[in-house]
Design a protein around this ligand. Structure first.
Ligand code: CTP
Ligand code: MG
Length: 377
């Protein structure tokens, strides 16, 4: 059996108020379109047709260029109905079933798709609907009345049809100037026949308003880790988080060798998908010689700002045999929080010895391991 997919993507996304098609909305390097598309990269799909408005053609081309499944990008029309009509005419004629899905429904699951394909294979069509979960009232003259929610379904996509039937339905609607349909099931029902309902779910939401974009929050968190070690030598200052700690030795390095600030910067850069401090501030560059690492941290904070990343929290453990760091941690925390422009509670510092083992234990080095989580605003 040959199955083709039409992804309706030619809208303007005006209700999301982004100023561009909502399908291009980026969630940490992956767009809503990418998420939806990924659900249909399956062995049983042989063709994917994407409707696009004229401004987004290059975007869709770019985001489908490495697909193994045959893909076509088709210019949509001013209404969804016209977009789907254009796409149906580009479907491979040997197709048995055509799956029509809104590009703006990225949360569709494999089970919803599997169940709908199974029903459509058996019964000729399948329209994914979710049960109504809220109680319902209906306007009745100048009053309202309760309606039984068990009799109400919320229509979603995918909607799957035999290709020849849905093509015929769309052609008939066009011949009759019947242009006010908002989904494919209603066209099929009017011109072909009975609809079969396949189980959807409340999760299979369509991204419609700006508030719907909050549904991506959990995907919007990014964890990063950073590790640094500097050698402890005589004749250098010991600087941690920009604070000078009284000690007989200090850390060796091209900058002020602030090992704690370095590890935190690397964690922040990793979480925000940037290259590490070695790339950004190379120790071969004379302008970084002896520089306070807090100035470098300021640069990193700017990079996060520009990328729209907000610090959720940072935790770091300083490994030093000596000196005892616990009495200094509050000061260090305040110093770093100021440059990071975050509340001190968002930064947790701990210190440990390594029980006299290894380079740290022999007082030859201090190491720091830092973690952070960021979210994209
Ligand atoms: N769509 C389409 N062609 C149109 C209008 C909509 O292919 N002329 C697509 C949208 O890209 C979307 C789906 O149909 O994936 C459902 O439409 P909707 O949620 O209304 O999206 P938009 O029309 O983009 O949003 P809005 O109505 O807020 O402008
Ligand atoms: Mg619309």
């Amino acid at each position: 059996m040959k199955i083709s997919v039409i992804l309706a993507c030619a809208g303007k996304g005006s209700r999301t108020n982004l100023g561009y098609n909502k399908l291009r909305y980026d969630i940490g390097g992956v767009t809503i379109f990418d998420k939806t598309l990924s659900k249909f990269l399956r062995d049983d799909i042989s063709q994917i047709i994407i409707t696009s408005n004229s401004e987004d053609l290059d975007f869709f081309k770019d985001h489908t260029k490495n697909l193994e499944i045959a893909t076509k990008i088709v210019l949509g029309g001013p209404t969804r109905q016209e977009s789907i009509f254009n796409a149906l005419n580009e479907v491979d004629k040997a197709t048995d079933l055509v799956i029509i899905h809104d590009g703006a429904r990225p949360f569709v699951t494999k089970k919803i798709i599997d169940d709908a394909i199974a029903l459509a294979s058996k019964s000729g069509n399948a329209v994914v609907c979710a049960p109504s979960i809220d109680s319902l009232r209906q306007q009745d003259g100048d009053t309202t009345k309760t309606i039984n929610r068990n009799s109400i379904y919320l229509v979603q996509t995918p909607q799957i049809f035999k290709y020849d039937s849905i093509l015929r339905a769309y052609n008939l609607a066009r011949e009759n100037n019947d242009n006010a349909f908002t989904d494919d099931a209603s066209i099929y029902e009017k011109y072909i026949g009975k609809i079969n309902i396949s189980e959807g779910s409340a999760e299979n939401r369509k991204i419609t308003t700006n508030a719907d974009l909050n549904l991506f929050r959990p995907d919007n968190y990014f964890v990063g880790c950073g590790w640094d070690t500097h050698e402890l030598v005589e004749g250098r200052k010991l600087i941690l988080g920009g604070v000078e700690i009284p000690h007989t030795k200090g850390l060796l390095g091209h900058s002020d060798a602030d090992v704690l600030t370095h590890a935190i910067m690397d964690a922040l850069l990793a979480a925000s998908h940037n290259k590490d401090i070695g790339h950004l501030f190379p120790d071969t560059d004379p302008k970084y010689k002896g520089i306070s690492s807090l100035l470098l941290l300021e640069e990193v904070v700017k990079i996060l700002d520009e990328g729209g990343y907000v610090i959720n929290n940072i935790a770091a453990v300083i490994m030093a045999q000596k000196p005892k760091l616990a009495p200094h941690l509050d000061n260090i925390q305040a110093s770093l929080a100021k440059v990071l422009k975050i509340d001190e509670n968002k930064l947790t510092l701990t210190s440990t010895t390594t029980e006299k083992l290894g380079l740290v234990g022999k007082e030859e080095a201090i190491s720091v391991n830092a973690y952070c989580s960021l979210y994209k605003d």
